[in-house]
Design a protein around this ligand. Structure first.
Ligand code: THU
Length: 149
């Protein structure tokens, strides 16, 4: 979906607001995400770390799981902001591999992904660009048996 610049900035602003709640006693790397549904609602998330590091949840998946757990399954865009506490990063924060896969389940390749350093400085791409040949629900649909091939 092609977003207006005002919509992009609004999503980035929402991601920055969510980043304030990041729970990051181990990395001090704070991430916020704002996920836009196809019908215009926004679900936000932050990263939530854990003393058993692998239980950490990324901001993107926090937003996604909040949305899906409230009945949403169709998304048009996600904005992501991340940097060390109290700093603005040189690099934009892209979604990690696990989050790309989790988002792909519901959006496929068309999801717009906005990776922002500030409200004015951001990259707009798609999940298909970030996860080419992604594995999704369609891959599990079997149309032919092996003996028919
Ligand atoms: N993190 C996210 O929340 N999203 C990403 O896409 C990249 C990484 C978090 C996980 C961890 O809490 C911290 O950033 C450092 O890896």
């Amino acid at each position: 979906m092609k977003l207006e610049q005002t919509q992009i900035r609004d999503l980035i602003r929402r991601a920055f607001a969510a980043r304030k709640f990041a729970y990051t006693p181990y990395s001090h790397f704070n991430v916020g995400a704002a996920l836009l549904t196809r019908n215009g609602k926004v679900y936000t998330g932050c990263n939530i770390e854990n003393a058993g590091y692998t239980a950490t949840n990324c901001a993107e998946r926090t937003a996604l799981f909040k949305a899906v757990s409230e009945g949403e399954r169709q998304f048009s865009a996600i904005a992501i902001v991340g940097s060390k506490e109290g700093t603005v990063n040189e690099l934009v924060t892209g979604p990690c591999g696990v989050c790309r896969q989790a988002l792909y389940e519901f959006s496929g390749p068309d999801l717009t992904v906005i990776m922002a350093r500030t409200e004015e400085d951001y990259i707009v791409t798609t999940l298909g660009q970030l996860l080419p040949y992604g594995f999704g629900p369609a891959n599990l649909e079997t149309e032919k048996t092996e003996s028919q091939m």
